[in-house]
Design a protein around this ligand. Structure first.
Ligand code: ATP
Ligand code: MN
Length: 478
């Protein structure tokens, strides 16, 4: 058998007692023709392999270059050097794959995140991205664990759909029609009846509507899958392809919905804190070093781990939209005309407003509820005031919106009336309306942007650095 190796993360926890082991990995550095720092991706910590002097010929030693891959066998012994308690005496060394160190884009020095984005195929081999993607994995696992423990059914909603959940546009069309000469109707418009699905179709922007169909049968479901938005917003928080978790619960109102969202977010953060301590400590240090470059007033008040502990141990602030607007209107920032966008009841709060609320005013995550109906989707439950809907957004320090959710309108007449007002074609959503015709129930749900929570937990400033191969306007490499 080729692969009978010990992972370095595990090996580093051992007591050195002359155990015979085989390890495999990539060379990070090779010093003095004697000390190999070997990394296998299981941890940022390298294993020191000591090459016995005189045992290997020069030809082989020359091939031990940064990023070459090795299979090493030898004994685990206490290390004399500082910084590690054990090392492996390299008794046999096999080069699995050579690497021309001169041409290797990742030099053993600090590279900028922007540069690393251009070599995203290799950036997993850096400590920063090693930590980020191991944490991303843990969070994904914790999400399934959380809902599984609660008895939610994991539902795979379709990637290709004909419906636009939000009625907001911004969709990627899916078609097999020839672009240069599509079949046309008499009026010149494209004839989608000739298209693959016999109608116009697109990549999903949200699994919610189908999720509601599941919830009104299983009681509680969640989705966790990719979503696509052709929004031309080149921000540090938007991707054209991102992953979303969307739980949907029958027999659930807005308050239950908020409680679940808060419990959920705390649970997965806690999971990462328990299972990714080393990686979090690495990223916390990285962030602290980065912030040293900033002027005092731009630095965060808390370190990364402190911030996560704070979020896990304190309840989220809950305010209504109307209260949020009042706070903004009373704020020194507003009075000193520091906001770029105007503040008044009815606005869709801009990122500067959300950040003021969470970072300056409350200094903790905030759940804002009961938004004006005119800035929210048709399916949100109408409140008795006739002006607002039972929506809730969760805003997080440093990120802004991480969750968008609501109690859904379960009353058929109200829903149909709202759809008509908003010009949403009821005949296309006949299947959605059926849930309100046959045993409708109060129900609610939300969407958590996966990359945004990964950003929050890892402290990474740009969303492009928490997904393996980011898709953004004019960028689809790898
Ligand atoms: P935003 O105002 O930040 O654009 P949104 O109101 O469009 O968000 P929703 O439609 O409510 O967001 O989607 C639910 C969640 O999905 C958001 O709370 C956010 O965490 C995430 N999300 C939305 N758009 C994106 C995107 N383009 N890239 C990454 N995550 C996103
Ligand atoms: Mn958006």
């Amino acid at each position: 058998m080729f692969n009978k190796r010990v992972k370095i993360k595990e090996l580093l926890t051992w007591e050195p007692k002359d155990q015979q082991v085989t390890v495999m990995g990539w060379v990070r550095t090779f010093r003095n023709n004697q000390f190999i720092a070997l990394n296998d991706g299981s941890t940022n910590n390298n294993l020191q392999v000591v090459v016995e002097l005189g045992k290997f010929d020069d030809e082989l030693l020359k091939r031990i270059t940064t990023s070459a891959s090795l299979k090493v066998s030898g004994h685990v012994i206490p290390s004399l050097g500082k910084g590690q308690k054990l090392e492996v005496r390299g008794e046999t060394i096999e080069i699995l794959g050579d690497s021309d160190a001169e041409k290797y884009p990742l030099q053993p020095k600090k590279h900028s995140l922007e540069f690393l984005r251009e070599i995203a195929h290799l950036r997993f081999r850096t400590n920063t991205f090693g930590s980020v993607f191991r944490i991303r994995h843990s969070l994904a696992f914790a999400i399934h664990k959380f809902y599984n423990e609660k008895g939610f059914v994991y539902m795979h909603t379709p990637i290709v759909t004909a419906s636009d959940a939000e009625g907001a546009g911004e969709m990627f069309r899916v078609t097999t029609l020839p672009l240069d000469n599509p079949p046309r109707n008499e009026d010149g418009s494209v004839n989608f009846k000739e298209d693959f699905f016999g109608r116009s179709s697109n990549l999903t922007v949200s699994g919610q509507l189908e999720g509601e169909l599941g919830a009104t049968a299983f009681g509680e479901i969640y989705t966790f899958g990719p979503t696509f938005r052709a929004e031309n917003s080149n921000t540090a928080r938007h991707l054209a392809e991102f992953w979303m978790i969307e739980p949907e619960m029958a027999f659930c109102d807005l308050e239950d919905n908020m409680n679940l969202a808060e419990e959920f977010i705390k649970y997965i953060i806690k999971y990462a804190m328990e299972h990714n301590r080393e990686d979090l400590e690495f990223l916390a240090q990285r962030l602290a070093d980065e912030e040293k470059q900033l002027p005092q007033d731009k630095r965060s008040e808390m370190g990364l781990i402190e911030k996560l502990e704070f979020v896990v141990n304190n309840s989220f602030e809950r305010i209504t939209y109307t209260e949020a607007i009042d706070i903004l209107l009373q704020s020194p920032a507003y009075k000193k005309k520091k906001f770029q966008y105007d503040v008044k009841w009815g606005i869709d709060m801009q990122s500067e407003h959300e950040r003021y609320l969470v970072e300056k005013h409350f200094k903790k995550p905030v759940i804002v509820t009961n938004y004006p109906k005119d800035i929210k989707a048709f399916y949100m439950r109408q409140n008795d005031d006739g002006k607002t809907v039972a929506a809730m957004d969760i805003l997080a320090p440093g990120i802004g919106e991480i969750v968008g959710g609501s109690q859904r309108e379960e009353r058929l007449d109200k829903l149909e009336q709202r759809m008509a007002e908003m010009h949403i074609p009821a005949e296309e959503l006949w299947w959605y309306l059926d849930t309100r015709r046959f045993g409708t129930v109060p129900h609610a749900g939300f969407g958590l942007g996966f990359e945004r929570i990964v950003q929050f937990v890892t402290g990474m400033g740009n969303i492009r650095d928490v997904i393996a191969f980011p898709r953004t306007p004019k960028n689809c490499e790898f």
